[in-house]
Design a protein around this ligand. Structure first.
Ligand code: SF4
Length: 287
Protein backbone atom coordinates (compact mmCIF):
# COMPACT_ATOMS: atom_id res chain seq x y z
CA UNK A 1 0.00 0.00 0.00
CA UNK A 2 1.23 3.49 -0.84
CA UNK A 3 1.36 5.84 2.10
CA UNK A 4 0.66 3.73 5.14
CA UNK A 5 -1.72 4.34 7.99
CA UNK A 6 -2.80 7.72 9.25
CA UNK A 7 -2.03 7.51 12.93
CA UNK A 8 -4.43 8.33 15.66
CA UNK A 9 -2.19 11.12 16.91
CA UNK A 10 -2.11 12.72 13.49
CA UNK A 11 -5.88 12.71 13.41
CA UNK A 12 -6.01 14.17 16.88
CA UNK A 13 -3.65 16.93 15.83
CA UNK A 14 -5.75 17.67 12.79
CA UNK A 15 -8.76 17.71 15.06
CA UNK A 16 -7.01 20.31 17.21
CA UNK A 17 -6.43 22.39 14.10
CA UNK A 18 -10.16 22.17 13.58
CA UNK A 19 -10.68 23.45 17.12
CA UNK A 20 -8.37 26.36 16.48
CA UNK A 21 -10.13 27.26 13.25
CA UNK A 22 -13.23 27.80 15.34
CA UNK A 23 -11.32 30.51 17.17
CA UNK A 24 -10.38 32.31 13.95
CA UNK A 25 -12.14 35.50 12.91
CA UNK A 26 -15.73 34.93 11.94
CA UNK A 27 -15.11 35.85 8.27
CA UNK A 28 -12.77 32.88 7.97
CA UNK A 29 -14.75 30.63 10.27
CA UNK A 30 -17.88 30.99 8.17
CA UNK A 31 -15.99 29.67 5.16
CA UNK A 32 -13.88 27.08 6.97
CA UNK A 33 -16.11 25.68 9.65
CA UNK A 34 -15.15 22.90 12.02
CA UNK A 35 -17.25 20.55 9.93
CA UNK A 36 -15.31 21.46 6.78
CA UNK A 37 -12.04 20.77 8.52
CA UNK A 38 -13.32 17.40 9.68
CA UNK A 39 -14.50 16.61 6.18
CA UNK A 40 -11.06 17.54 4.89
CA UNK A 41 -9.46 15.22 7.42
CA UNK A 42 -11.87 12.49 6.41
CA UNK A 43 -11.00 12.95 2.73
CA UNK A 44 -7.27 12.85 3.47
CA UNK A 45 -7.73 9.77 5.61
CA UNK A 46 -9.73 7.96 3.01
CA UNK A 47 -7.38 8.97 0.23
CA UNK A 48 -4.61 7.39 2.24
CA UNK A 49 -6.60 4.23 2.67
CA UNK A 50 -7.86 3.91 -0.84
CA UNK A 51 -4.61 4.51 -2.74
CA UNK A 52 -3.74 0.86 -2.98
CA UNK A 53 -2.01 -1.53 -5.31
CA UNK A 54 -4.33 -4.09 -6.91
CA UNK A 55 -2.58 -6.88 -5.01
CA UNK A 56 -3.07 -5.24 -1.61
CA UNK A 57 -5.57 -6.82 0.78
CA UNK A 58 -8.70 -4.76 1.39
CA UNK A 59 -8.33 -1.89 3.80
CA UNK A 60 -11.08 0.21 5.19
CA UNK A 61 -11.57 3.77 6.34
CA UNK A 62 -10.37 4.39 9.86
CA UNK A 63 -13.85 4.53 11.34
CA UNK A 64 -14.35 0.87 10.52
CA UNK A 65 -11.68 -0.03 13.03
CA UNK A 66 -13.03 2.17 15.76
CA UNK A 67 -16.01 1.57 17.96
CA UNK A 68 -16.27 5.18 18.95
CA UNK A 69 -16.92 8.17 16.76
CA UNK A 70 -13.67 9.24 15.12
CA UNK A 71 -13.20 12.93 15.83
CA UNK A 72 -16.94 13.41 16.22
CA UNK A 73 -17.48 13.01 12.50
CA UNK A 74 -20.79 11.18 12.69
CA UNK A 75 -23.21 12.96 10.38
CA UNK A 76 -26.64 12.41 11.86
CA UNK A 77 -29.46 14.59 10.62
CA UNK A 78 -31.05 14.70 14.07
CA UNK A 79 -29.71 15.06 17.59
CA UNK A 80 -27.83 12.08 19.01
CA UNK A 81 -30.64 11.60 21.52
CA UNK A 82 -33.22 11.50 18.76
CA UNK A 83 -31.09 9.04 16.78
CA UNK A 84 -30.75 6.79 19.83
CA UNK A 85 -34.48 7.02 20.44
CA UNK A 86 -35.26 5.96 16.86
CA UNK A 87 -32.84 3.04 17.15
CA UNK A 88 -34.41 2.00 20.46
CA UNK A 89 -37.93 2.16 18.98
CA UNK A 90 -36.77 0.04 16.06
CA UNK A 91 -35.37 -2.49 18.52
CA UNK A 92 -38.71 -2.61 20.36
CA UNK A 93 -40.51 -3.12 17.07
CA UNK A 94 -38.12 -5.84 15.86
CA UNK A 95 -36.71 -7.43 19.02
CA UNK A 96 -35.33 -10.58 17.38
CA UNK A 97 -34.30 -9.70 13.83
CA UNK A 98 -33.23 -12.58 11.65
CA UNK A 99 -31.58 -12.87 8.27
CA UNK A 100 -34.21 -14.02 5.76
CA UNK A 101 -31.81 -16.08 3.65
CA UNK A 102 -31.99 -19.84 4.24
CA UNK A 103 -28.75 -21.72 4.85
CA UNK A 104 -27.30 -24.71 6.69
CA UNK A 105 -23.66 -23.69 6.94
CA UNK A 106 -21.55 -20.54 6.81
CA UNK A 107 -20.50 -21.36 3.25
CA UNK A 108 -24.12 -21.78 2.16
CA UNK A 109 -24.85 -18.37 3.69
CA UNK A 110 -21.97 -16.89 1.73
CA UNK A 111 -23.29 -18.36 -1.51
CA UNK A 112 -26.84 -17.21 -0.75
CA UNK A 113 -25.57 -13.71 -0.01
CA UNK A 114 -23.62 -13.56 -3.27
CA UNK A 115 -26.78 -14.67 -5.09
CA UNK A 116 -28.88 -12.03 -3.33
CA UNK A 117 -27.16 -9.15 -5.15
CA UNK A 118 -29.84 -7.42 -7.25
CA UNK A 119 -32.26 -10.19 -6.32
CA UNK A 120 -34.83 -10.80 -3.58
CA UNK A 121 -34.14 -13.16 -0.69
CA UNK A 122 -37.35 -14.97 -1.61
CA UNK A 123 -36.01 -15.80 -5.05
CA UNK A 124 -32.63 -16.84 -3.66
CA UNK A 125 -34.37 -19.17 -1.20
CA UNK A 126 -36.15 -20.81 -4.12
CA UNK A 127 -32.86 -21.46 -5.90
CA UNK A 128 -30.41 -22.49 -3.18
CA UNK A 129 -32.06 -25.81 -2.18
CA UNK A 130 -31.46 -27.15 -5.72
CA UNK A 131 -27.95 -25.76 -5.81
CA UNK A 132 -26.94 -27.29 -2.48
CA UNK A 133 -28.67 -30.55 -3.28
CA UNK A 134 -26.56 -30.90 -6.41
CA UNK A 135 -23.38 -29.59 -4.75
CA UNK A 136 -23.73 -30.35 -1.03
CA UNK A 137 -20.18 -29.44 0.01
CA UNK A 138 -17.78 -26.63 -0.71
CA UNK A 139 -15.41 -29.14 -2.37
CA UNK A 140 -18.12 -30.31 -4.75
CA UNK A 141 -18.99 -26.74 -5.64
CA UNK A 142 -15.30 -26.01 -6.22
CA UNK A 143 -15.13 -28.89 -8.67
CA UNK A 144 -18.36 -27.92 -10.44
CA UNK A 145 -18.51 -26.42 -13.91
CA UNK A 146 -19.79 -22.87 -14.06
CA UNK A 147 -22.38 -23.80 -16.72
CA UNK A 148 -23.94 -26.29 -14.29
CA UNK A 149 -24.13 -23.59 -11.63
CA UNK A 150 -25.46 -21.06 -14.13
CA UNK A 151 -28.34 -23.30 -15.12
CA UNK A 152 -29.48 -23.56 -11.49
CA UNK A 153 -29.06 -19.93 -10.46
CA UNK A 154 -30.23 -18.44 -13.75
CA UNK A 155 -33.35 -16.79 -12.27
CA UNK A 156 -31.38 -14.73 -9.74
CA UNK A 157 -29.98 -12.48 -12.48
CA UNK A 158 -26.36 -11.70 -13.35
CA UNK A 159 -26.03 -15.46 -13.29
CA UNK A 160 -22.80 -15.71 -15.27
CA UNK A 161 -20.84 -13.46 -12.94
CA UNK A 162 -22.48 -15.01 -9.88
CA UNK A 163 -21.70 -18.57 -11.04
CA UNK A 164 -18.11 -17.60 -11.75
CA UNK A 165 -17.73 -15.97 -8.33
CA UNK A 166 -19.42 -18.79 -6.43
CA UNK A 167 -17.22 -21.43 -8.04
CA UNK A 168 -14.07 -19.31 -7.57
CA UNK A 169 -15.05 -18.66 -3.93
CA UNK A 170 -15.44 -22.38 -3.30
CA UNK A 171 -12.06 -23.08 -4.90
CA UNK A 172 -10.36 -20.43 -2.79
CA UNK A 173 -11.97 -21.67 0.42
CA UNK A 174 -10.79 -25.20 -0.41
CA UNK A 175 -7.29 -24.26 -1.52
CA UNK A 176 -6.47 -21.43 0.88
CA UNK A 177 -8.55 -22.33 3.93
CA UNK A 178 -8.70 -26.13 3.76
CA UNK A 179 -12.42 -26.03 3.08
CA UNK A 180 -13.24 -23.97 6.19
CA UNK A 181 -14.81 -20.54 5.95
CA UNK A 182 -12.46 -17.83 7.18
CA UNK A 183 -13.74 -15.88 10.18
CA UNK A 184 -11.84 -12.76 9.31
CA UNK A 185 -13.15 -9.71 7.48
CA UNK A 186 -10.10 -9.15 5.33
CA UNK A 187 -9.76 -12.81 4.37
CA UNK A 188 -13.43 -12.96 3.46
CA UNK A 189 -13.13 -9.81 1.37
CA UNK A 190 -10.42 -11.47 -0.67
CA UNK A 191 -12.90 -14.07 -1.93
CA UNK A 192 -14.22 -13.31 -5.43
CA UNK A 193 -17.45 -11.32 -5.40
CA UNK A 194 -17.31 -10.74 -1.65
CA UNK A 195 -17.32 -7.16 -0.45
CA UNK A 196 -17.60 -5.60 2.95
CA UNK A 197 -21.40 -5.90 3.10
CA UNK A 198 -21.35 -9.64 2.34
CA UNK A 199 -18.46 -10.25 4.75
CA UNK A 200 -20.23 -8.33 7.53
CA UNK A 201 -23.38 -10.34 6.98
CA UNK A 202 -21.67 -13.73 6.94
CA UNK A 203 -19.55 -13.01 10.00
CA UNK A 204 -22.50 -11.55 11.90
CA UNK A 205 -25.09 -14.17 11.05
CA UNK A 206 -23.00 -17.33 10.84
CA UNK A 207 -20.47 -16.60 13.60
CA UNK A 208 -21.99 -13.69 15.60
CA UNK A 209 -18.78 -11.76 14.96
CA UNK A 210 -19.50 -8.02 14.74
CA UNK A 211 -17.27 -6.35 12.19
CA UNK A 212 -19.65 -3.65 11.06
CA UNK A 213 -23.25 -2.83 10.21
CA UNK A 214 -24.72 -4.42 7.11
CA UNK A 215 -25.85 -1.54 4.91
CA UNK A 216 -27.74 -2.51 1.80
CA UNK A 217 -30.11 -0.29 -0.15
CA UNK A 218 -32.91 -0.81 2.43
CA UNK A 219 -30.74 -0.10 5.47
CA UNK A 220 -29.28 2.97 3.79
CA UNK A 221 -32.69 4.39 2.92
CA UNK A 222 -34.15 3.82 6.40
CA UNK A 223 -31.05 5.31 8.03
CA UNK A 224 -31.47 8.47 5.97
CA UNK A 225 -35.19 8.78 6.67
CA UNK A 226 -34.66 8.29 10.39
CA UNK A 227 -31.94 10.95 10.32
CA UNK A 228 -29.25 8.52 11.46
CA UNK A 229 -27.02 9.74 8.65
CA UNK A 230 -26.73 12.45 6.04
CA UNK A 231 -24.56 10.26 3.87
CA UNK A 232 -25.58 8.47 0.70
CA UNK A 233 -22.75 5.99 0.21
CA UNK A 234 -23.01 2.69 2.03
CA UNK A 235 -19.54 2.83 3.59
CA UNK A 236 -20.16 6.33 4.95
CA UNK A 237 -23.59 5.39 6.26
CA UNK A 238 -22.01 2.38 7.95
CA UNK A 239 -19.45 4.65 9.62
CA UNK A 240 -22.25 6.78 11.06
CA UNK A 241 -24.20 3.78 12.31
CA UNK A 242 -21.12 2.22 13.89
CA UNK A 243 -20.49 5.47 15.69
CA UNK A 244 -24.05 5.63 17.00
CA UNK A 245 -24.32 2.29 18.76
CA UNK A 246 -21.90 0.02 20.63
CA UNK A 247 -20.34 -2.91 18.82
CA UNK A 248 -22.67 -5.43 20.48
CA UNK A 249 -25.56 -3.83 18.61
CA UNK A 250 -24.02 -3.63 15.14
CA UNK A 251 -25.31 -6.98 13.90
CA UNK A 252 -28.91 -6.55 15.03
CA UNK A 253 -29.09 -2.91 13.97
CA UNK A 254 -28.18 -3.87 10.40
CA UNK A 255 -30.85 -6.60 10.32
CA UNK A 256 -33.47 -4.29 11.76
CA UNK A 257 -32.81 -1.56 9.22
CA UNK A 258 -32.86 -4.05 6.35
CA UNK A 259 -36.08 -5.70 7.52
CA UNK A 260 -37.84 -2.40 8.23
CA UNK A 261 -36.85 -1.06 4.82
CA UNK A 262 -37.88 -4.23 3.07
CA UNK A 263 -41.30 -4.60 4.68
CA UNK A 264 -42.45 -1.16 5.87
CA UNK A 265 -40.20 1.74 4.90
CA UNK A 266 -40.17 0.77 1.26
CA UNK A 267 -38.52 2.85 -1.41
CA UNK A 268 -41.50 4.15 -3.36
CA UNK A 269 -44.38 3.93 -0.89
CA UNK A 270 -43.23 3.89 2.72
CA UNK A 271 -46.10 2.85 4.97
CA UNK A 272 -45.74 5.79 7.32
CA UNK A 273 -49.41 5.73 8.38
CA UNK A 274 -49.05 2.31 9.96
CA UNK A 275 -45.33 2.38 10.75
CA UNK A 276 -44.61 1.22 14.31
CA UNK A 277 -41.80 3.74 14.79
CA UNK A 278 -43.47 6.74 13.22
CA UNK A 279 -43.37 8.61 16.54
CA UNK A 280 -39.56 8.50 16.45
CA UNK A 281 -39.11 9.22 12.74
CA UNK A 282 -38.48 12.68 11.26
CA UNK A 283 -39.36 11.19 7.84
CA UNK A 284 -36.46 12.94 6.19
CA UNK A 285 -36.80 13.00 2.42
CA UNK A 286 -40.27 11.43 2.47
CA UNK A 287 -42.77 13.48 0.50
S1 SF4 B 1 -42.43 6.72 9.54
FE1 SF4 B 1 -42.28 6.37 7.31
S2 SF4 B 1 -40.24 7.14 6.79
FE2 SF4 B 1 -40.27 6.82 9.00
S3 SF4 B 1 -39.46 4.74 9.27
FE3 SF4 B 1 -41.69 4.62 9.21
S4 SF4 B 1 -42.18 4.16 7.07
FE4 SF4 B 1 -40.07 4.95 7.13
Amino acid sequence: MIGGHVTHSLLLNLGRIGDRVNAWPSAITCQLSRQHIYLLVLCLTEFEFYVRMPSDPPLFPLCFDAQTKPLGMSSTNVSTEAAHHAIARLAEHLPDPQCELMFNSPFELLVATVLSAQCTDKRVNQVTPSLFKQFPTVRELAAAGTTEIESIIHSTGFYRAKARNIQACAMMVVEDHDGEMPRDLEQLCQLPGVGRKTANLVLGVAFRIATGVVVDTHAGRVSQRLGLTTQSKADKIECDLMALVPKEQWIDLGHRLVLHGRHTCTSKRPQCDTCAIRDACPQIGVS
